[in-house]
Design a protein around this ligand. Sequence first.
Ligand code: CO
Length: 432
Amino acid sequence: MEQELIRRLLDFLNASPSCYHAVDNLVRRLEAAGYERLRESEPWTLRTGGNYYVVRGDSSLVAFRVPGGVPAGFMLAAAHSDSPTYKVREEAEILSAGNCVRLAVEPYGGMIARSWLDRPLSVAGRLAVRREGGIATRLVNVDRDLLVIPSVAIHLDREVNQGTALKANTDLLPLLGCGTERGRFRALLAEAAGVPGEDILSTELFLYPRSSAVTLGAEGELVASPRLDDLQCVFGCLEGFLAAKEGGSVPVLCVFNNEEVGSGTRQGADSTFLTDVLERVCAALGRDWPCMAANSFLVSADNAHAVHPAHPELSDGAERPVLNGGVVLKYNAGQKYTTDAVSAAVFREVCRAADVPVQRYSNRADLPGGSTLGNISSAHLSIPSVDIGLPQLAMHAAYEVAGSRDTALLVRAMTEYFSRSFRYLPDGTIQL
Ligand code: CO
C-alpha cells in the first residue's frame, strides 16, 4: 500500500516538469474521480453531493465538494505548484562564443544555482497559440535531454571550490548546441506541442532537470527528485482530499502558482482567486459568507527543513525535524508562519486521531526564514490557519531529498483533516 503510494508520488513528480503540467495532472486525477470543471467566466449551479474544480491561469486550482445538509464552513488546505527554476525568454537563442548557441534565461525564485550545472536539462511550460476563432494555450514539454549549463574547468578557475559566485546573465545560460543559426529552438517547441511554428504567438517556458524522481537509501527510505518543494505536499493534500469522508463542511483543495516569486499574480495566493471561488460557493448554496468564513480553517502545506546531517548547528534547540519523523508544524514568532496556539492544537488533535507523529520547526532564532502561503492567504481570507510541511534536505536545489515514509503520513493526516469540520459553538468552544 505504502509502496504503491510512493510509486504514484514518483509518477506525479516525473509527469510534472512545470507548474502547468502539475495542475494538468491534478485536473486529470480529479476528472477521473468525477469532478466537474467550473469556469469563472460562467454562472455556477452547484448540486448537493457535487464535486467541482476551478483553474486560473492554467497553473492554480481550487477543488471542492458540496456536502449533504447545511455546511458549517470550509476545510481548506493549500500548497504550491511552482518551484525555483529558470524562465526562458521569448527570443531565446543567443549566438555565443565558441560556435555555441545558448538560451537566454532569467532566474524564477531563489534556487541553489550551482546545483543546475553539468546535468541534462530540458524545457517545459505553455504556449499561447493561434487557433480557429481565437487564442488558446497548449502545454509543451520537450521530453528529451536537450540542454546543459557547462561549468568552467577547474584548470581555468582554480578558486572554483572556494565558492565562486555564478552570475545569472552569463554563467547560467544553457547550451542548446553548436552553429550560427537561430530558429531551431522554436521548431523543437512546435514539434513537441504538435502545432505549426507560425501559430505560436508567445511562450512561457521553464528549464527543468531531466533527473527522475527515485527512491534511495539502504531500504528505500529516501525519495529524491526535482520539485519536492512543494509537489510532495500537493500530492499528499490531493490524496487526503480524495480519500476523506464527508465531514459536515466543504472540503477545499487549493494549489497556487507563483509562491516562489511572492504570490502577487492573478492566480497566486495573494490574489482574489480563492475568495472569489468561496464567495461564489456561498452564494450558490444560499449561505452567509461571513458566517461560513468564521467556521473555516486553513492548512498551509509547504515543505520544511530537516536537520542536515553535516550541519546540525543550523537547527535550533528542540526544533529538529528528521526525515521520516512525521508531519512538521512550523512556527515563527514574527508570524511568517501562521501557526498559533489554537491552530496548532487543532492540527495536533487531527494528527492524534490519525495516529500521525508531529514534529516542530522554527527557524534558528538568529536567522530569518522564508515565508509561505498561509500568511499571504490570510490577507484575503482571515481564518484560523496552521503552517505545516514535510521535512526535506537541499530545499531549492535542482534535486532535493525527503523521507519516503513521510508522504503516507501526510496523506493520513490530510484524510482525517478533510473528514472533519471546524465550528464555533455558542459558548466559543471549537468543535472538530
Ligand atoms: Co515551498
